[in-house]
Design a protein around this ligand. Structure first.
Ligand code: ATP
Ligand code: MG
Length: 477
């Protein structure tokens, strides 16, 4: 007995597609992510994939005709697909197809095929589920690989031999791990082993596509799930060797250091509870990468990672460049957070002075809150007493930051005295002295010698100028 899934296809768009198919005398189905997410009671996606036994492009055109008014339709002739936007929906139409692959490309040879052929080419059983939009069996679920059971058992499984599936299109290895991470599913053992065997094939996939999947893993509720799978399969050392280099604990003369790879995964999970910002999560992922190349053992002080933040920030650039990620303000943001990632910790260990807080705010600028979020996520000690101590210290730092900022307005610091004013006051041309005076004023403010105010800064400038042998000609405030 076929089950009816009419409930899934209540949106009026499905009736229109059914009608259009009838007009053209072809059969059509809704397939893939839409059906999967409906059955998982996830937010029903706004992108809908329709497969037609016939021309997907013609079907899209016919649907557009049936919608009153002008409907925008985009046709991708070379792919044999078409897309229409209707209200909030993006509906993609494709003709059912059969695919065969050659070994050097993930672009298959494509021929027209049946619905079954089309389901065979899908990556996972849970992505091959289709619901009929045809009059004779409207709402019937077509599930040749028992994807329903895999949904219930939370399993990622390929419809065909996994070795072939992953070798044909190695991006599917990333997709398997991404779905496991997003949906909290397991990768079925055969599949898992097949990914391990096919890891080298990832080389034919473009960095852009790898990064798309990586982003989705990082944005999932518990990113360590996906990252752990990337690590265990061997994919991570291909994509981000800087991270896998952090793995392991070394012992010398009875002294060990923590495993910075597993620590990093904990930090990413921690931060995921407090932010959905992709780039802040990236900063958490990369915050310790400088520790592998800077690791040293010193007989007196044990393990050190001198200036790992600085080295790490440089590595961020190299990683973004290699993976063809944007080399823009997002990259600079990640760099800056990595660079500053230890600053609040140093603060929290000591008595927190106002001037240290002013310097922190001055250096972090608008990133100060994100930096604090990162540092809080960085506390992974299993010792409850220490955990409490560090968290409390960060609370104090946060409190201080807000007090000091309210009083001194250091964030996005604008010097109270401009270079022009200095030139006018002492009647001098652009010169080294101006820079020296400006820097001295800034330092005095950060150190708390003078408040961040015009009058005090003016007096300070006069004194400072005198020391440099300058005489004010224009003593006006
Ligand atoms: P999401 O939209 O959340 O990323 P999705 O499953 O809809 O998930 P899409 O990339 O939109 O993923 O692809 C739509 C459908 O196309 C999938 O459900 C799957 O059936 C099929 N598909 C996508 N990529 C592949 C692939 N690399 N190999 C085989 N089938 C694929
Ligand atoms: Mg989709």
């Amino acid at each position: 007995m076929s089950k009816q899934y009419i409930q899934a296809i209540q949106d009026p768009i499905f009736e229109l597609i059914a009608k259009a198919s009838l007009n053209l005398g072809i059969r059509s189905y809704v397939i893939g992510g839409f059906v999967r997410d409906y059955l998982l009671h996830r937010n029903v996606p706004k992108d809908i994939d329709i497969v037609a036994q016939g021309s997907g492009i013609n079907l899209a055109k016919e649907v557009a005709n049936l919608i009153p008014g002008h409907t925008k339709i985009s046709v991708f002739k070379t792919f044999g697909t078409a897309m229409i936007r209707h209200q909030e929906l993006e509906v993609e139409f494709v003709g059912a197809r059969r695919e065969s692959y050659s070994s050097d490309s993930r672009k298959p040879l494509v021929e027209d095929g049946s619905l079954e052929d089309d389901q065979n080419r899908r990556d996972f059983t849970i992505n091959a589920l289709a619901i009929s939009l045809n009059q004779d069996d409207y709402g019937k679920l077509l599930d040749p690989f028992d994807g329903i059971s895999d949904l219930q058992n939370q399993l990622i499984r390929t419809p065909l031999d996994p070795d072939i599936t992953y070798s044909d299109d190695p991006l599917r290895m990333m997709r398997a791990i991404r779905f496991a991470s997003q949906l909290n599913f397991k990768i079925e053992e055969e599949s898992f082993q097949a990914i391990k065997r096919n890891v080298h094939r990832i080389e034919i996939i473009s960095n852009e596509r790898i990064v798309d999947e990586l982003h989705k893993i990082i944005l999932s509720e518990k990113p360590s799930q996906g990252l752990k799978l990337l690590f265990q399969t061997g994919l991570l050392s291909k994509i981000l060797p800087e991270l896998t280099n952090l793995q392991g604990i070394e012992e010398k003369e009875g002294q060990t250091h923590k495993d910075n790879f597993w620590h990093t995964l904990e930090v990413v999970d921690n931060i995921a509870k407090n932010t959905d910002d992709l780039w802040l999560r990236w900063a958490a992922l990369l915050h310790d990468i400088g520790k592998a190349p800077t690791k040293r053992f010193d007989k007196k002080i044990g393990w050190t990672f001198h200036s790992h933040e600085f080295v790490g920030a440089k590595m961020v650039y190299a990683i973004f460049k290699r993976l063809r990620m944007p080399l823009n303000d997002k990259m600079k943001y990640v760099q800056k957070l990595v660079m500053m990632s230890s600053r609040p910790i140093v603060l929290a260990q000591d008595i927190v002075t106002d001037s240290a807080v002013r310097r922190l705010i001055f250096d972090a600028g608008d990133y100060i809150e994100d930096l604090m979020t990162l540092c809080e996520a960085d506390i992974t000690t299993k010792n409850p007493r220490r955990f409490k101590k560090y968290s409390n210290n960060f609370k104090i730092v946060r409190q201080k930051i807000s007090e000091v900022e309210q009083r001194d307005h250091i964030r996005n610091f604008q010097p109270p005295i401009s270079g022009e004013q200095i030139m006018e006051t002492f009647n001098i041309k652009p010169s080294r002295e101006i820079g020296l005076i400006k820097e001295a004023i800034k330092e005095a403010i950060l150190e708390g010698e003078i408040p961040n105010q015009y009058d005090e800064a003016y007096e300070f400038m006069l004194k400072r100028g005198k020391k440099l042998g300058l005489t004010p000609v224009n003593n006006k405030k």
